[in-house]
Ligand binder design. Structure first.
Ligand code: NDP
Length: 297
């Protein structure tokens, strides 16, 4: 069994990005600028956005956090998005989800210029992803593909079961794994809460991606010997022994499942760190390609 170490892989990617920034600086070229827009004070969102902004600063990117009130109107947020679309110093930006209930997330996502949509959530980017055309890939699935690529995990011809069909994780991951690319070329089954025979499916899977958000959901009796398991789930569970007061749990019963696997991602330190570096890779790409067509992924 080998751990797919997202933490050390992400550090390696960060070093590469840092070097790319230093090269640009030494040539007097612009450095990438990522803006993160956060609406309200949701604890999880504050942590995620903070980590993204901090990670950008550490590798030498410019990064700005725009923290807006919970009560901002949809119209005002759309105006903010338009301002960022037009700001030539900003290469890419994200609007952290979820948004307060009075704001239509779809409207906001559609308003973002696809060329600056480094989260890869705009329909233009998602459509181009399906067609295998140049685009920004959503960060979490892109991070998992990068991890598979760097560990040279064979995916061609394998049966991959993705559990969870969200627009940001499960669905795009199922598409990426099925595309005629490397990694990719897998035969994919996309499972969700209405799937009736999940255990039957996972027992046939060479690769399992679990993205549902239920701790210890995937148990050893659901996994065949030698499977590759990618655990996307992150659930905060109270833990008084931790300084923070909570610990993070994945969807996979790691202790029991890991011995059966050829490769597995831990939580924390697996998919999470790769998500952040994917966002930074997209931002560098957005800057390099501004005004041009995007290069193929
Ligand atoms: P969503 O809540 O949007 O989607 C969850 C999916 O899981 C749904 O498709 C749902 O099915 C499915 N599901 C729920 N229960 C079951 C079940 N018992 N059997 C099969 N399928 C089930 O979640 P996200 O995709 O946004 O996130 C999933 C998890 O990943 C969360 O823990 C989140 O915190 C984490 N996450 C981690 C990231 C990282 O960087 N590591 C990044 C993004 C998310 P249905 O559609 O039928 O309701």
């Amino acid at each position: 069994m080998q751990i797919l170490d997202g933490k050390s892989t992400a550090l390696a990617v960060r070093e590469e990005l840092k070097k790319a920034v230093e090269d640009r600086k030494s040539k007097g070229q612009k450095i990438p600028h990522l803006v993160a827009v956060l609406v309200g004070n949701d604890g999880g969102s504050l942590t995620y956005v903070g980590a993204k902004v901090k990670a950008c600063k550490e590798i030498g990117f410019d990064s700005t956090l725009i923290h807006l009130s919970e009560n901002i109107s949809e119209k005002e947020l759309l105006e903010q998005v338009e301002k960022l679309n037009k700001d030539s110093d900003v290469d890419g930006f994200i609007v952290q989800l979820p948004l307060p209930k009075h704001i239509d997330e779809k409207k906001i996502t559609l308003a973002i210029d696809p060329k600056k949509d480094v989260d890869g959530f705009h329909p233009n980017n998602l459509g181009n992803m399906v067609l295998n055309l140049p685009c920004f890939l959503p960060a979490t699935p892109a991070g998992m593909m990068e991890l598979l690529r760097r560990y040279e995990v064979e995916t061609a011809g394998k049966h991959c079961v993705v559990i969870g069909r969200s627009h940001i994780v499960g669905s795009p991951m199922s598409i990426l794994m099925a595309r005629n690319t490397s990694p990719g070329n897998a035969t994919v089954t996309l499972a969700h809460s209405r799937t009736k025979n999940l255990k039957e499916l996972t027992l046939q899977a060479d690769i399992i991606v679990s993205a549902i958000g239920q701790p210890n959901f995937l148990t050893a009796d659901m996994v065949k010997e030698g499977a590759v398991v990618l655990d996307v789930g992150i659930t905060r569970v109270e833990d008084s022994s931790k300084k923070s007061g909570y610990k993070l749990l994945g969807d996979v019963d790691f202790e029991q499942v890991a011995p059966k696997c050829s490769f597995i991602t831990p939580v924390p330190g697996g998919v999470g760190p790769m998500t952040i570096v994917s966002l930074m890779m997209n931002t560098l790409k957005a800057m390099e390609l501004r005004g041009d067509n995007l290069s193929a992924n």
